[in-house]
Design a protein around this ligand. Structure first.
Ligand code: 2E7
Ligand code: F3S
Length: 323
C-alpha cells in the first residue's frame, strides 16, 4: 500500500480565488449585513457549490430569473455579468440592484458596445450557454456572432470583411483561443481586437501554473465545481500538456482511491471560484492516506490583484458594513 500512495504533493500558485471572486463574495456578504436576509442573488454568484451553500446558510437565495424576486427586494447580479434587459426588468420590479459583475467582464461588455456603435460585425469567442457569454452577447445581440472553434470561423459569412472585430470570454483555454484568433486573422486580416485576447489574468496564470505542474506530476487534481469553466479548462490544459491523468473535484470526498495507485507525485491546484480551505482538506486527506507525503509549493507567478467594491457599497455607513 505504501508504494501505491502519493509521496509528493506539488501545490501550485497562483490557484483559487481571483480578485473578481473575492469581490463578488464580499458584495453578497455586505448586502446581507446591510439589508439583512434574505438577499436574492441572480445565478450562482460564482460557479462553486461550496460558496453557494455557505452563502445560502447566511441567508442568500439564489434564483435564475429576476422575476422570481419579490418586488422591492435587493438583487445581486453574479460575477459572470448580465444582459442589459435584466437590469431593465429588475428596475421594473423595483428591485435594489447590486452588481457583482467582474470588472474584467464589464471591460469586454464595453468593447462589444463600442464596436457595435461603429457598425462593425463582432466575433465572440466563447461557449454557448455559459452565463458570461449570455451577458456579453446581450450587449449587442444584432452584431455578435459566437464561435467556439476554427471551423466555426470558417463557416462565418460576415457582411463586410473590412469591418470585423473580435472579443472573447474571459475563462477560455489560452492555447485554443490563440488558434481561433489566428483563424479569424487569416480570414479577416483587417479584424480588430484586444491586445492578445480578453482572457483574464487569473485564467492565464492558473493555466500557466497548471502546465508547470503537468510537467512534473503523475496525476493532477483541480479543485473546482463541474460548472466552472475556468476550472474545466485547467483540467484540459493539464491533459493537453502531458499529465497522465487529471480530474476536477469539488472536494476531497470526490477523490477515487484508484486514481492514486502507482502515483508518486500529485499536482494540486484549484479554479478561480474554489475556496482554499477545500485545497487544505485535500492535502489533509492525502496525508492521512500517506503520512510521509510532503507538500512542495510551486509558485509560477506572483499574483497581486484587487478590485474595488462598487461605489454603492463603498459608501454604505461603516456600522452597517461591519455589522
Ligand atoms: C466570473 C467570470 O465562477 P467561475 O467558476 O466562472 P467560470 O466563468 O469559470 O465558469 O469562476 C470565477 C469567474 C470567472 N469568470 C467568475 Cl466571468
Ligand atoms: Fe474576473 Fe477572471 Fe476572476 S474574469 S471573476 S478575474 S476568473
Amino acid at each position: 500500500m505504501a508504494d501505491s500512495v502519493p509521496r509528493t504533493i506539488l501545490l501550485a500558485a497562483p490557484r483559487g480565488f481571483c480578485a473578481g471572486v473575492d469581490r463578488a463574495i464580499e458584495i453578497v456578504d455586505i448586502a446581507l449585513q446591510h439589508y439583512g436576509a434574505p438577499v436574492y442573488v441572480r445565478h450562482a454568484i460564482v460557479h462553486n457549490t461550496h460558496v453557494v451553500a455557505d452563502l445560502e446558510a447566511k441567508g442568500a437565495i439564489f434564483v435564475e430569473d429576476e422575476d422570481e424576486v419579490p418586488e422591492g427586494m435587493p438583487i445581486v447580479f453574479s460575477a459572470h455579468g448580465i444582459p442589459p434587459e435584466v437590469r431593465e426588468r429588475s428596475a421594473a420590479r423595483g428591485l435594489e440592484q447590486i452588481d457583482a459583475t467582474c470588472p474584467l467582464v464589464t471591460k469586454v461588455h464595453y468593447e462589444a458596445l463600442e464596436y457595435a456603435a461603429k457598425g462593425m460585425s463582432i466575433i465572440l469567442i466563447g461557449h454557448e450557454g455559459h452565463q458570461e457569454v449570455i451577458g456579453t452577447m446581450g450587449q449587442a445581440p444584432e452584431s455578435i456572432n459566437l464561435v467556439e472553434t476554427p471551423e466555426d470561423v470558417a463557416a462565418l459569412d460576415l457582411p463586410d470583411p473590412d469591418r470585423v472585430a473580435y472579443i472573447s470570454q474571459t475563462t477560455l483555454s489560452v492555447d485554443e483561443t490563440t488558434g481561433i484568433i489566428e483563424a479569424i486573422k487569416e480570414k479577416y486580416p483587417a479584424a480588430r481586437g484586444p491586445k492578445g485576447d480578453d482572457i483574464c489574468y487569473a485564467t492565464q496564470n492558473r493555466q500557466d501554473a497548471t502546465k508547470v505542474l503537468a510537467d512534473r506530476s503523475d496525476l493532477i487534481l483541480v479543485v473546482g465545481s463541474q460548472n466552472s469553466s475556468n476550472s474545466q479548462r485547467m483540467v484540459e490544459v493539464a491533459l493537453n500538456h502531458g499529465a497522465p491523468a487529471a480530474h476536477l473535484i469539488d472536494d476531497a470526498a470526490d477523490i477515487d482511491p484508484a486514481w492514486l495507485e502507482g502515483v508518486d507525485t500529485i499536482g494540486l491546484t484549484s479554479g478561480a471560484s474554489a475556496p482554499d480551505v477545500l485545497v487544505s482538506d485535500v492535502i489533509d486527506h492525502l496525508q492521512a492516506l500517506d503520512r510521509g507525503a510532503e507538500v512542495e509549493r510551486l509558485t509560477v507567478v506572483d499574483e497581486q490583484m484587487h478590485f474595488a467594491l462598487p461605489a454603492k457599497l463603498r459608501n454604505l455607513p461603516i456600522a452597517a458594513v461591519t455589522g
